[in-house]
Design a protein around this ligand. Structure first.
Ligand code: SAM
Ligand code: DTB
Ligand code: SF4
Length: 412
């Protein structure tokens, strides 16, 4: 067995010091070994049967002044999609309602901008406010942001900002010439500083080498904070773009990329992003096995197609997957995650000594437990678990207790 196989992957701490050589070594592992490891990391932090579901809407399409080589919305490329104005708020809210009804927990609004203009900000902020009021998580991708713009979006109720690195910094200038990698790092810093969650990933299948795929992932993992969501897009090769004839990526190499992303960023949502429309069911299943736990749902991405919603529903059913609720998408907001019984106790039918006595209704709060059976002793059971230290695995065990309250006490 090679040295790299016999060295277990550290799953208990988040690392920001990966070397390109280490990440390349992960890519080099035998396929089954890599997927097995990634699946282990996935289980350590998430319920592997749950998939976070986001829906995209292009709120301002086409006519973009940037020259990204993959993008059908760039006005630099022949046959680029027609430019539209920023959508009306009511129309956006209607689409968000439909997305929610179809099972999405997050609604992502995209605009083909280099960066938002000051005149657009009030309308975008209002869109975010109204979508948030529907009980959806909000995400936006509007290009580069200043510090002030990031704060403005946060104040409007934005949860996530999507801004991708898109490729290895080494390969970047083969793909994009109108803004630099440093511009992207700057926007990501403004987003983090404003207290927004980051959604940041890239595209594979743009003619990059394996070393460069490793370079993209190592750059993402070594950011000051791992992105909360990591979209891994497979290039949608669109006619008229410079990458229209990019050589197709080996599907197993795509799965490897997902697996390595999962190992490097264990607590992040790894999104099986653009490109699903042309993936087989088996390939998608392999991606979920390798640690992907998020998708875009809905028949359109921004300008290109996506599997239809009924198809995805059937695929989830065939694979025994289910959409994550908004609350569950926050289970990983450690530290300080606590689960409390709403009914004043542990929810057991007796035995642990607390006053519950009812079926557990669990709330997940981002604060230390003050009673109930969060393990802090408030309910009178014998669990010695510290109040604020509930792990995700504990959370999952408590969510579906098999015998008693799941608090670890002996009487339930
Ligand atoms: N204009 C903004 C920006 O670039 O930051 C936001 C929208 S832009 C379309 C969002 C992301 O979509 C890009 O960063 C890229 O990762 C992805 N994307 C665009 N065209 C794609 C394609 N043909 N295939 C796969 N992903 C694509
Ligand atoms: C991301 O990483 N992928 C999404 C979202 N973030 C905005 C966009 C995919 C776009 C695919 C090409 C299109 O539909 O225009
Ligand atoms: Fe414009 Fe974004 Fe497309 Fe680049 S990826 S051309 S910035 S819409």
């Amino acid at each position: 067995m090679s040295a790299v196989i016999s060295t277990p992957v550290e799953t208990s701490s988040l690392r920001h010091d990966w070397s390109r050589a280490e990440v390349e070594a992960l890519f080099e592992l035998p396929f089954t070994e890599l997927v097995f490891r990634a699946a282990g990391v996935h289980r350590a932090y998430f319920d592997p049967t749950e998939v976070q579901v986001s829906t995209l809407l292009s709120v301002k399409t086409g006519g973009c002044p940037e020259d990204c080589g993959y993008c059908p919305q760039s006005s630099h490329h022949p046959d680029s999609v027609a430019a539209t104005k920023l959508m009306d708020i009511d129309a956006v809210v209607e689409k968000a309602k439909q997305a929610k009804a179809a099972g999405a927990s997050r609604f992502c609004m995209g605009a083909a901008w280099r960066s938002p203009k000051p005149r657009d900000m009030p309308k975008v902020a209002e869109m975010i406010r109204e979508v948030k009021a529907l009980g959806l998580e909000t995400c936006a991708t509007l290009g580069m942001l200043s510090e002030e713009q990031a704060k403005e979006l946060k104040n409007a109720g934005l949860d996530y900002y999507n801004h991708n690195l898109d490729t290895d910094p080494e390969y970047y200038d083969q793909i994009i010439h109108t803004r630099t990698v440093q511009d992207r790092f700057d926007t990501l810093e403004h987003v983090r500083d404003a207290g927004l969650k980051t959604c940041c990933g890239g595209i594979v299948g743009m003619g990059e080498t394996r070393r460069q795929r490793a370079g993209l992932l190592v750059t993402l993992a070594n950011l000051p904070a791992h992105p909360d969501s990591v979209p891994i897009n497979r290039l949608v090769a669109v006619k008229g773009t410079p990458l229209a004839n990019a050589p197709a990526l080996d599907p197993f190499e795509f799965v490897r990329t997902i697996a390595v992303a999962r190992i490097l960023m264990p607590k992040s949502m790894v999104r099986l992003s653009a490109g699903r429309e042309t993936m087989s069911d088996e390939l998608q299943a392999l991606c979920f096995t390798a640690g992907a736990n998020s998708i875009f749902h809905g028949e359109k991405l921004l300008t290109t197609g996506n599997p239809d919603t009924e198809y995805d529903r059937a695929l989830f059913q065939r694979l025994g997957l289910r959409p994550m609720s908004v609350q569950e998408t926050h289970l990983n907001d450690l530290p300080g995650l606590t689960i409390v019984g709403n009914d004043g106790g542990c929810g057991s039918s007796g035995g642990c000594g607390c006053s519950g006595g009812q079926t557990a209704t669990l709330t997940i709060v981002n604060a230390p437990a003050e009673g109930g059976c969060g393990g802090g002793g408030g309910c009178g059971c014998s669990s010695g678990a510290p109040a604020g230290g509930v792990t995700l695995a504990d959370a999952m065990a408590q969510r579906q207790p098999e015998d008693g309250c799941g608090c670890g006490c002996s009487g339930c």
